[in-house]
Write a protein that binds this ligand. Structure first.
Ligand SMILES: [Zn+2]
Length: 481
């Protein structure tokens, strides 16, 4: 197959982006590939291309429900018969799509790994030829990744069930340990080629500034915004802090947008729209903002706190400078308070088994009160006084992922389905996961404190890529510390 002429025939592009052709050539030769690609390097073209040129169904397993609709629409705009199935759809709509899948409709399908627990869903794919099995965000397979999902660890079994199809696993952030794990779990040892499109970002300057307290951080941010007026994203771990800084910036006369979980959905959509079309917007957001958002000319990306891992940091800062123009990442770092916030986050985001069981019981047995009081009632019952404490929300997310809760139209939009079982709790591997995440926090902390070694080089080495000094970061410029 002449890949380039196929590209020109099916897509509005004249040439491939770096790495795309190499991955597609390997796939065309019948091989399975683990592609290490930075965010924004054009991974969606890989499965779109396959959906256009191969005869069967391209099955994309993804953890990110929030992106599926958008991914599906983009594929449809290219004339690909694409769809997605997840919990955001009504049962009727899901069944309609499953029936069409069983009849042989659709060439590209997005689903979460948890969907395969439903027997009805497996059945609708039974007669289909899977021409490519795609594992997106493949680091979720590994307990050593920063985002382990138990159902990802069953994907090897699922591949075998589908008759050992060609497989493409994609991730932007996998250490060598995680890469090995991905190949092993998928059952492709000795049969999967690892290909890196190069994680280097030669236009990105990484900087860390030691600060003490929010007041100093805000002052540094203001100074920074005055010096660098281009498109800017400022990330916050906590919404409370975001609000405080937003007020301070307004006082200083900085026009800006905000984006976080406490804003109503229509307001979020509106702010996103403005961000995409304004000339040089300033956005204050939680890190969920930016996922799947492709504004190429982000010139500055500021972290107001230390992120939880080098994986998270590299992914987030990588949203700057996708157009190749010089861009700046700046971390405002307060060792003591940033570490405390992240440790709290770790603990709250990974609740214990007894907590999850009690939360489920409350939602099942105190329905009327739950409908009336929502998360505040649950927090109160669990004796969490702090509104910042998001353990209850994290618990609901986990219970939904397990299928113990399902989305409904009731005021509190989840209903109890089945209590969590010992097996679900065991599969989650909470103690190991916590230990691993604490280690990752320690590593990013060390990275932030280090003023001797090139910042970019250290990150690339962490991901198993050999790097040279970048010449752009504060360490290389002799300005660190
Ligand atoms: Zn450097």
């Amino acid at each position: 197959m002449d890949l380039l002429s196929e590209l020109r025939r099916h897509f509005p592009f004249d040439s491939f982006r770096p790495g795309q052709e190499e991955v597609l050539r390997r796939l065309a030769g019948g091989d399975s590939v683990l592609a290490l690609m930075p965010t924004g390097a054009g991974k969606s073209l890989l499965y779109q291309f396959e959906a256009k040129t191969s005869p069967g169904l391209v099955l994309v397993i993804s953890p990110l429900i929030a992106l599926m609709q958008d991914q599906t629409e983009k594929a449809r705009e290219l004339g690909i018969e694409a769809t997605f199935i997840n919990s955001s759809l009504s049962r009727e709509e899901r069944e309609k799509r499953q029936n069409r899948l069983a009849r042989g409709d659709f060439r590209l399908l997005f689903v979460t790994p948890e969907r395969f627990r439903r027997p009805g869903f497996r059945d609708c794919l039974r007669g289909r030829e899977i021409s490519l099995f795609v594992v997106d965000e493949a680091h979720c397979i590994s307990l050593w990744g920063h985002d382990f999902r138990p159902d990802y660890s069953k994907l090897g079994e699922l591949r075998r069930e589908f008759g050992d199809p060609r497989t493409l696993a994609v991730t932007a952030t996998a250490t060598p340990e995680v890469q090995k794990d991905i190949v092993r779990v998928l059952g492709l040892e000795g049969r999967m080629e690892i290909f890196s499109t190069g994680l280097e970002r030669p236009n990105l300057s990484l900087n860390v500034r030691d600060c003490y307290g929010l007041e100093e951080k805000t002052a540094v941010l203001v100074e920074e915004l005055k010096k660098n007026p281009g498109t800017t994203i400022v990330y916050f771990t906590l919404i409370d802090t975001l609000r405080q800084v937003s007020r301070a910036l307004a006082k200083e006369g900085f026009r800006h947008l905000t984006y976080h979980g406490d804003l109503p959905a229509d307001q979020r959509r509106k702010n996103l729209k403005i961000f995409m079309k304004d000339q040089a917007p300033l956005m204050l957001a939680t890190p969920a903002f930016g996922l799947g958002i492709d504004r190429p000319d982000v010139r500055s990306l500021v972290h107001m706190e230390l992120p939880g891992s080098l994986e998270a940091y590299f992914q987030e800062v990588g949203r700057a400078g996708r157009d190749g123009g010089i861009s700046r990442g700046l971390l405002l770092f307060d060792e003591e308070s940033d570490t405390a916030v992240q440790m709290e986050f770790l603990k709250w985001g990974n609740p214990e088994a007894a907590f999850l069981r009690r939360l489920y019981d409350l939602i099942e047995s105190r329905r009327a009160e739950v409908d009336q009081g929502g998360f505040d009632f649950l927090r109160e019952q669990m004796s969490f006084k702090n509104r910042r404490d998001f353990r209850v929300e994290a618990g609901v997310n986990i219970l939904e992922r397990w299928g113990c809760l399902a989305k409904t139209e009731t005021p509190f939009p989840w209903t109890a389905m089945e209590p969590p079982t010992d097996e679900m709790i065991r599969d989650e591997k909470m103690p190991e996961r916590l230990k691993n995440l604490s280690m990752k926090l320690l590593l990013v902390l060390r990275w932030a404190k280090d003023t001797d070694e090139c910042r970019m080089r250290r990150i690339l080495e962490y991901f198993g890529a050999a790097g040279k000094d970048c010449g752009l970061c504060d360490v290389c410029r002799g300005e660190a510390g």
